[in-house]
Design a protein. Sequence first.
Lengths: 137, 158
Amino acid sequence: MPRSIMLVGTTTLACWLAQPVAAATYDGSQPLTCAPVNIVSCSPGDECQPETAEAVNLPRFLKFDFSQKQITGMRPNGAALTTTMGELRRVADNLVLQGTEGKFMWSVMIGATNGDLTLTVGGDQVGFLVFGACTQG
Amino acid sequence: MAGSRTVPSRAGRRLAAMALACCLAASPTLAQQVIAYPEKGQSPQQQERDRYECYNWATQQTGFNPQTQLTQPAPSTGGEVVGGAARGAAIGAVGGAIGGDAGKGAGIGAAAGGMFGAMRRNENRRQVQQQQQQNAMQMDSFNRAMGACLRGRGYTLG
C-alpha cells in the first residue's frame, strides 16, 4: 500500500512539474512594468553624458496600461506622473508607442520576445536615450 | 659687554634648522608632482627651499594655487529635481492650454509633471566635469611653470 501511494504521489508531482510555464507577452495585451537601466542625455555641441533616472526626473519604474492607454510612474518624492499613450503600432513584431507632451516628443519600443525597452525623448535642443527592461504586470 | 654679539648655541642652530625645514616641508604636496633631480648636489634643505620658492613663483605666474583647489568642496552632482518639477508645471500648463484647458494645465503640470515633458539634463554634473577639466588645464600650466623655475636653479626634471 505505501508503495502504491508513493507511486501515485510521484507521478502527480512529475505531471505538475512538467506543465509549461506561460511565457510573458509584450504585445500590448497585458500591462507591463518597465525599469530604465541605462540613460544618456545629449545637447548640441556638448558631449552626451550618462544619467540616473532621478537626475533626469524620470521615475525608476514605468507602468504601461494598454487598456487605459496610459503610462504611469512615480517620482522619488511621491508625485504621480501620467502620460497618455499616443499612437501604437508594431514594427517587426516589436511594440512601438509614440506621443507628445508639452514641448517634448517621445517614442517607446518594447521588444516582442524579451521585453527590452528603448525610450527616446526629444525636446528643444535636448535629447534623452533610455534603455531598460520590461516585465509583465 | 657692550657691542659684543651673541653667537647662537649649537642646539639653537639645530632648532632653527628644524623649524625652517618644517616650514619648507609644509609646502603643498602637489609641488612633489614635479620630479626634479638636483644636478648641483643641492642639500635636502636647499631642495626644500627651492621647491617652496618655485611653488610661490609658479602660483604668481599662473594665478593658480593647487593648495586652494584641494581645500575647495566639490559642487553637488545631485539632479535638478526641484527645478524639473517647476519646469514640469510650466510645460504642463502649456500642454493643458494646447489641449484647450488652460485652467487645469498648470495643475496637471504640477501634480503629474508629465512623464517625459519634465525630463531635464543633470546640469550639476556637467558643471562639475567642466570645472575638473579647467582645473586639469590650470594644473598643467602650474607644473610647467614650476618645472621651468627648478630647471633654472640647477635641477633636471623627470
